[in-house]
Design a protein around this ligand. Structure first.
Ligand code: UDP
Length: 363
């Protein structure tokens, strides 16, 4: 029996793998296991996704989440190496661009175990983002590249990867959305939060939240836009700490600004679907808004997911009130672009991925 091990560690990782087991079930001669590094560990950033999305309990849990990024990466490598030495899988699959993805890919490659990268080839070309280094490092260690959008294919070919190792699977994150759409539709969160006409915000990238002057600017912008519509802002733990550290919570006290803990996936996507616009710096949220045709403003100088701009509903913007206001105005008066769903964002990406992974280990 051939064995495939998928390694996850964070919220966005989990959302990228919910449909894999469904398709692995068609291959009873393949054993698919799940390893969780523990990088995200609390109820709001982790457990809720297992409960809501029917992800099975991980076969292996490394429970590593304390210390600096380097502490976490090296501790994952140490523990994962023990696991790899005891149970040599035939393929290790890592989703995304987080520290867990790099740590697990590195150890597998060092022990001669092939690596498959889910969401391969994305590039922001901005090495100030820790995720960009992870993307490049993981792809350097990868044997089988699963691609979500055309830019990924072009980037990998430009980096000299051979075409026959690239598989254009489409977007497995969108598979989760498609699978849970009926449940998402029935969520009660808008009633619970008493929402009518609102903007949805998420922010957690260091460039926006770790810098006191940028986070202050963001808080001021939130206050301004809340004069026109309600603003719902599920606050990432990193951002919550910074708002407190920089003394900005007071600024955001207003009946029109609803600050919440991170929200479970079903409620969150429901909020995306019915938002007038989403303002974010998230990677995944740029894709989910594109799939749902919801206008999205991404407060970043670049994106590793350019199809959300060229085909989808996303626009990059500076952290400047007039720029954001102008875009919101276009959305309000119907002149903002409408967008289309990119190739293979059709709910079947996980099937293409599983078929290719099985073929890889059995051929
Ligand atoms: N998400 C969620 N609840 C929230 C905020 C985001 O379920 O309160 C989901 C979102 O739908 C997307 C994923 O988390 O699927 C994105 O995670 P995040 O923005 O933390 O990471 P990134 O994509 O930027 O790496």
């Amino acid at each position: 029996m051939k064995r495939i091990l998928t390694c996850v560690g964070t919220r966005p990782n989990l959302i990228k793998i919910t449909q894999l087991d469904k398709w692995f079930a068609a291959y009873p001669h393949i054993q698919h296991s799940l390893l969780h590094t523990g990088q995200h560990y609390d109820d709001k950033m982790n457990d809720v996704f297992f409960r809501e999305l029917g992800i099975r309990k991980p076969d292996v849990f490394l429970n590593i989440n304390q210390g600096t990024q380097v502490n976490v990466i090296s501790a994952i490598m140490n523990e994962f190496e023990k696991h790899i030495l005891a149970n040599r899988p035939d393929l290790v699959m890592v989703p995304g661009d987080v520290n867990s993805s790099f740590a697990c890919a590195f150890v597998a490659q060092r022990h001669g175990i092939p690596v498959a990268h889910i969401e391969s080839g994305l590039r922001s070309f901005d090495m100030t983002m820790p995720e960009e280094a992870n993307r490049i490092l993981v792809d350097a260690l990868t044997d089988l590249f699963f691609i979500t959008e055309e830019s990924g294919r072009v980037n990998l070919l430009n980096e000299g990867k051979s075409e026959n190792k690239l598989v254009f699977t489409g977007n497995t994150m969108i598979d989760s959305l498609v699978a849970f759409l009926p449940v998402i539709e029935n969520a009660e969160i808008r009633n619970k939060l008493n929402l009518k006409d609102y903007y949805l915000l998420t922010f957690h990238r260091p460039v926006n939240v770790d810098d006191a002057s940028n986070l202050t600017k963001l808080a001021e912008i939130i206050c301004e836009i809340s004069q026109t519509k309600q603003v719902v802002f599920p606050v990432h733990p990193r951002t919550r700490n910074r708002l407190k550290e920089f003394g900005l919570n007071e600024k955001l006290q207003s009946p029109n600004i609803i600050l919440t803990e991170p929200i479970g996936y079903i409620d969150f996507i429901h909020l995306v679907k019915y938002a007038s616009a989403v303002i974010t710096d998230s990677g995944g949220v740029q894709e989910e808004t594109t799939y749902m045709g919801v206008p999205c403003i991404t407060i970043r100088p670049n994106t590793e997911r350019p199809v959300t701009i060229t085909e989808g509903t996303n626009t990059l913007a500076k952290l400047e009130l007039p720029v954001i206001f102008e875009l919101l105005q276009q959305m309000q008066n119907g002149t903002y672009k409408k967008g289309a769903v990119p190739k293979y964002w059709d709910g079947m990406a996980s099937k293409r991925l599983v078929d290719a992974a099985v073929q890889f280990v059995t051929s």
